[in-house]
Structure formats: structure tokens, C-alpha cells
Ligand binder design. Sequence first.
Ligand SMILES: Cc1ncc(COP(=O)(O)O)c(C=O)c1O
Length: 383
Amino acid sequence: MKASRRSDVDPFRAMDVLAEANRMIERGEPVISLAVGQPAAPAPRAARMAADAHLTRGRIAYTDALGRMDLRERIARHYEEAYGVDLDPARVMVTTGSSAGFNLIFLAAFDPGARIAIASPGYPAYRNIIRVLGLEPVEIPVGVESRYVFTADHLAAAHEERPVDGVLVASPANPTGTVTPPEELKRLIDYADEHGIRFISDEIYHRLAYTGGEATALAFSDAPFVVNSFSKYYCMTGWRVGWLVLPPEMVRVAERIGQSLYISAPELSQVAAKAVFDATDELDRVRDGYAKNRDLLVEALPRLGFRDIAPIDGAFYAYAAIPEGHASASEFARTLLAECHVAMTPGIDFDLTRGEGFVRLSYACDHADLVEAVRRMEAHLAR
Ligand SMILES: Cc1ncc(COP(=O)(O)O)c(C=O)c1O
């Protein structure tokens, strides 16, 4: 049977590295993975206890398609506490991870063929979700010249060349860790609002900015779609729960689509998610661990010969050009995995044109593991 034309999207190649690393681990080889974008820490204790208590009561059911009201209210309160933004809980929709949130936005706000601007390098699922839904990704190269920040000038140049219908910006970003300065975020949103471009702000790495400068798009306008998740700072990847803040006129639209696509996000995860807003001490300790890992890489990467290193301002990624003398990032990553048992992600996942010169290292791991990974790389690269 023939697959549909729109299903012809790239694989997530990081998963191939991961599969090989897992095979090696199963064979008892001492692999350290810097390949996956997920916290090594478990969900906070408060979340696990809330889930436990709910499980004991027994009934786990569908919720409203927009999510449990107590969680939507708690998320709205978070905007007041964290950003001083007054948010009506009616605009919050709980989703099955931010991944489901993207589907809902693209379906609610765009017709087939719409053009969506995204930064390259960028999170590969953006390109794939946009394509699979019959929209067109417009990939805009960013690099050292703008500190890997996707700027309003980038957006204006693309829009003037051929109009775009939407723009998706992540700050902090994956794979570069770049934080968009608040004044640049405002310029982007102002440009989008003035030109009728829908602005989507991926804020999944919020609370993981190490040099400050984190702002929510909602501080500047009510027009953007905001995407967030409990996966990263909150350490709940496998619980599959995230949220959207929608422009008021889009709430009912997203609700109607969500009712049919997903019915609701898992109730047990929603109950656990509400409790993590009270686990800040525990989560900040995890974040402090990332900050320590970041400091180690800031010092070690140039010494190891990595070049064009993205600013490492936020999230838990370092993105850098591979040391000279290696044919490609795929080859470099394969060699490091085979010879020093350190797994990292070749940049080709994130940037189809320039990615073979770059790798992404995730430092959401234990500090001792990162120290050992750096030691092994150093010994290998000095050869
Ligand atoms: C930038 C970015 N957005 C969204 C996601 C999706 O996360 P989730 O569906 O777990 O919320 C990821 C996952 O790595 C990501 O890096």
C-alpha cells in the first residue's frame, strides 16, 4: 500500500544514535548519553505523591477537552507569579505534551499550504509537523552573526521575499540554547501583529535560562499562541502533559478540534502537573545542576576544539561546530560513540543544510557523567 505524500517526513536521526547507544548499554558497555533532550531527574516528589493519591482513589477519567479547571487556574496563576501577567484561565488549554499543542495550533489557525517561518537550526519536529499537516515550513538560517537569535529582521526579510502566514520562535531554543532578548521578542511580535502573521511562542524551556532575559510573549500582546509543557523544567517528559495559552477567539476552535483528536490529556498527569508548581525548591536544585554542567561545557568545549559555539544561554543544550579534521558530524558522533562511548546528536537533524558541521550535546545528565564524558572526549581528541 502506498503511503500518503504528506507522510514523507524526515526521521528524527537522534533516535538512531539513541537506539545504537541503547544496544551498547544492553551489551554492558559504559555509554554516557549526551544525546537526549530530557532531564535525568524523576518527576518531583509532590507530583508523584499527588498521582499516587489519585490512583488510590481509583477513577481516572476523561476530563474536559480543555483540561481540568483546577490545573488551568493554577497555570493562569503561574503567569501572575512568574511574569506579572494577568491571564484568564479560560484561555488555557491543557494538552498531551506541547507536541499535541502544536498540532492544535496549526490546525486551528492555518489552512493547507500556509507558510510558517522557523529558525534553522531548530527543533526538527516543527518542520515535520508542519509538513505532515500540509503546511509549508520556511526555514530561515540563523548563526553566530546574530548569536543564533531569530530576529525581527530575519522575519521581515523572509516576509518581504514571499509572505508568510505564521512564525514559530522558541526561547530558550533547541538545539542552540539561545535566549531571545525581551526587546527582540517584542519587535518580532510587533512585526507579526502589524503584518497579520500569527505568532507562536514555544516557551517549553522557560525557567531554564541561566543568564536571565526570559520573557513570555503574553507580556507584549494577546495575539500570540503560547506553547508550554511540563516536560523540561518540571521533569515530566513521560507524563505527556503540556499547555497552550490561546488568543480568546481561538479557544473554542482548539477545543472543538481537541475533542475529536485527543478527547483530553491524561487525567492522572494533569493531577500530578498541578502539584509541581509547589515543587520549586526541588526543581531549582535540578536546574542548579544543569547550570553547573553548563559552566563545565562553556570552559571545556573551546579547549576540546569545538568552534562557533552557540551562546549556551538556556535549555540544556550546547550546539557547536565539530573540531577540525572530521569529515562530518555524523561520522564524528559515530566515532565518539564507538571509541569513547559518548553519545551526542549530529546537527543534521536540526539543520538540513549546515548541520553536518555541528553537534548538539545535551547536559541534562548527572554532573559526574558529564565530567567523565569530557575526560573521555579530551583523551580521544588529543590523540
Ligand atoms: C523546542 C521543543 N519544543 C517542544 C518539544 C516537545 O516536548 P513535549 O511534547 O514533551 O512537551 C521539545 C522536545 O524536545 C522541544 O525541544
